[in-house]
Design a protein around this ligand. Structure first.
Ligand SMILES: Cc1cc2nc3c(=O)[nH]c(=O)nc-3n(C[C@H](O)[C@H](O)[C@H](O)COP(=O)(O)OP(=O)(O)OC[C@H]3O[C@@H](n4cnc5c(N)ncnc54)[C@H](O)[C@@H]3O)c2cc1C
Ligand SMILES: O=C(O)[C@@H]1CCCCN1
Length: 388
């Protein structure tokens, strides 16, 4: 065991949220340690894979407003790290016209003056010939949206953090957190003391919170990340300007179905179901439920005539869901120097830079730059548990 070391802040978990938080802290000249249980890079959490959707289209204003700053910060990171992290493709949103989520997306985009194109049935066929728009569905494009190169982004943030003197220790699992005015963090390899601790442990959040006598109402699900082969290579390619897309609800489902253009694997289009089966993060691969894939097969057969309706590649990822699908960004209810960033509910990657900034502000006791009321733990009331 190494000797005890002191830090201004220890961040637990080097996924996108922990890495962005650590980077913000070191930018504020804080002596920061980022701990990760696995050897980096790894594919066991929620932040791996080449691509994620970035978009301003949301059902709620507060996300659309936060995205303004996210775009600015991702662009800044591209400059600082000298890598391309974003490719604009637009996001095609489809769903039953004039009601439900589709209408919420439309209202939010219009209210926030986000560049948007509303497609009529005729120009849909013309612009997006290889997708079938269901009877009664509307379609619009959030022009600002696109693909974030996720693995590359994570590497860039971690690299910038280290460049400014931040310390990453991977292959080092946090075993115990002892709250106090100075928090003691015991890992598989050492003991650290910090003025504040940020817990960004993704699907393992409740495992860590158990050391502090507290549990959040989180549910971890496994997502089958499916890639579908083009019948004619190039039909849905990013180079042909095929957009990311999101179907709010359809004949197959009330959950969202979403996709990204063929890009990381030539000739393969990523299309996933926005829900999965419950899993234990340490035994993710033992969860073999494939009902989401069955839903997707039916959808692809009906609406994506240029794809073979059988996935060619299936990878795994996890969502950590809150009951309302909004994030948790807050102080620990009993210890103001333990900060929690969790429950990103399958849509947190694009917000990484702003989440990092907010968690950094909370850990420094500063006033957060955005209204955090949608993200407060207090909203769960009776659903939070004392684990003592
Ligand atoms: C299939 C899929 C598609 C998605 N699509 C999108 C999208 O299009 N757009 C978007 O914005 N978002 C998307 N998301 C969501 C986004 O990827 C997640 O919200 C985000 O990656 C969550 O990051 P995190 O840092 O909270 O968690 P994680 O990436 O899981 O990081 C937590 C880290 O903590 C570490 N850890 C846990 N316990 C310990 C411990 N005891 N000691 C040390 N380390 C520990 C873990 O090993 C892990 O590395 C998607 C997610 C999935 C799964
Ligand atoms: O965050 C996103 O943009 C995507 C949209 C659909 C569900 C999964 N996540």
């Amino acid at each position: 065991m190494s000797t005890q070391q002191d830090y201004d802040c220890v961040v637990i978990g080097a996924g996108v949220q922990g890495s962005c938080t650590a980077y913000q802290l070191v930018k504020q000249n804080k002596k920061t340690l980022l701990l990760e249980q696995f050897i980096l890079p790894h594919t066991r959490g929620s932040s791996h894979g080449q691509t994620r959707i970035i978009r301003k289209a949301y059902e709620q204003d507060f996300y659309t407003r936060m995205m303004e700053e996210c775009y600015r910060q991702w662009t800044q990171l591209e400059k600082d790290a000298g890598v391309q992290l974003f490719r604009q493709t637009g996001l095609l949103v489809m769903g039953p016209e004039n009601h439900g989520d589709y209408q919420l997306f439309k209202d939010t985009l219009q209210k926030n003056k986000v560049p948007t194109v509303i497609l009529t049935r005729d120009n849909f066929k013309q612009h997006i010939p290889n997708v079938i728009l269901a009877e009664g569905d509307g379609a619009l494009v959030d022009v600002t949206a696109g693909v974030l190169f996720a693995d590359r982004a994570l590497k860039a943030v971690q690299g910038q953090f280290q460049k400014l003197g931040g310390v990453i220790r991977d292959n080092e699992r946090v075993m115990e957190i002892k709250p106090g005015s100075v928090v003691k963090v015991t890992t598989s390899k050492g003991v650290y003391r910090a003025r504040s601790v940020v817990i960004t442990a993704g699907p393992w959040t409740n495992r860590l919170l158990a050391h502090t006598g507290f549990q959040l109402p989180l549910e971890v699900v496994k997502i089958n990340v499916c890639y579908w082969r083009e019948k004619t290579p190039g039909t849905y390619d990013v180079k042909q300007r095929f957009p990311c897309f999101l179907l709010t609800e359809g004949a197959e489902t009330k959950e969202h179905i979403y996709g990204l253009p063929s890009n990381e694997y030539p000739g393969l289009v990523k299309i996933c179901y926005h829900m999965g089966a419950k899993t234990d993060p340490d035994y993710r691969d033992l969860q073999t439920d494939k009902s989401d894939i069955d839903i997707l097969k039916r959808y692809v057969a009906r609406c994506m005539p240029g794809l073979i309706p059988e996935p060619a590649v299936v990878e795994s990822c996890m969502y950590t869901l809150t009951p309302d699908r909004h994030f948790v960004l807050d102080y620990h209810p009993n210890y103001s120097n333990i900060i929690i960033g969790a429950g990103f509910s399958g849509h947190g990657f694009k917000f990484g830079p702003v989440i990092g900034k907010l968690l950094c502000e909370l850990s420094l006791g500063e006033v957060p730059s955005f209204d955090l009321s949608p993200f407060r733990i207090g909203r769960f009331q009776s659903k939070t548990k004392s684990a003592l």
